[in-house]
Design a protein around this ligand. Sequence first.
Ligand SMILES: [Zn+2]
Length: 463
Amino acid sequence: MNNESKIKNEFVGDPIVDAGLMAIKLLANKETNEYSKDELKKIADDLLKLYLTPAWSKEMQSIFPNSTYIQPAKNYNKEEKSREFLYELIDGIGISENREKYCIFCGNPAYMRKDEKPFNKTQIPLVGSSDFTNFFPSFNDGIEICARCALAIQFSPVLYYKTGGKPSCISCNNKEVMQVYGKECIEYITRNKLLGAYKTKDFSGIFDEGFKSPQNALFHLAYKVCLKYKRLRILKEHEEIVIYHIDNFNKDPKGVRIYKLPNEIFKFVIILMNSPEYKKTWFNLLDKHYSKFDTNNDSPIWKTNNNRIHEYLLKNESILWAFKDDNSKKPTVPWIIVECYMELVRNMNKQRIEGIKNLADKIAICIEENNTKKRINDIISARDFPTFRNQLRLVFRDWQKLGKEQPMITYEEYISTIIPEDYSNWKEVQDLIIIRLYEKLHNMLSSGVIDDVEQEKSKGDEE
Ligand SMILES: [Zn+2]
């Protein structure tokens, strides 16, 4: 058998094709270029048995609608037709007809089916490579694809993940992570085959951990990769996870929705999960921010309800509001987590974070020495930049009144750390200062609420 007739093991960079290639590798339990077409046909037979179960037939409806796997017509031999199709693809691997048409996934010569029908949505879910997702405007003329990629796509559902009742293709740029994840999917399938669970269509064929929203599932996978896969030492800290939520059956024009956990957030998650203490703090924090609607079922809230912190992270909006509790005047996480978040997720440079922290520390000293707790409230309640700036100015004046030789902050530091270039992110600076003040002035603030008389008196200070 020559090399060309064997499947190559390179991944092509498309989430669905790559999931399928990984599934084949794991099912065959061999490196992908080490097995014969006969071995491939054997695992194709097993795949077919799986897809014809009631549980999996239901999944096929949304992944490969109208395909041979689920043809409802009488006298239609689903098993025979599907086997013919899979065997044809296996036999077609490495065969080139010189049509000068190329596979849109891997660039190798495209395969022409024996009946010369085009490949369409029936065999290939409406998902392209990450760059070309939803690129295919119409499947009327089908798409050009090679037999190997088309075969891989048939296997890809084995590594899908159920989110909100829909099949979702999981992609991670670290193939070792994909491999460990893939083994989990296959364990799930093997276990349920043995238990006879697939005899009912009410059971999920696809790996299902009960997550209602893709967003929750995305973070769950990230936490899981960090915690469970950590001991395998496969994390390279450049990971990104993407969930392709597939809806090929319904008339959703998009066909697929993409949920991506970018590397900046993944790195932050790794730091949180690496420390038992931070991990505990983080999950406690998440607990406070699940949406409140009642789900009326037995699933835990973290599987069913959206979390505001997760939402804001994915929207790329600041979550500093979650790091402070204005009622109890306490930070909700230690400052080190705030720093990591600002640096990794918000891209604020270290010097600037340090500068803001130093300023906040001096403000804390100033407030303590002057015993002016109300300044904190003034800083918290500044709703616009001019007010905030004015509050800082008042603190600088307090500092001078204390007779400090050094200024609280030099003009250069002020320009570079507090208000660099634009003022648009002054709110982040304000939040950071408040979080730090809560941490530094914890004792002073916990000794009682700021009294109103003092607040009234302070109005005279405003200009
Ligand atoms: Zn290909």
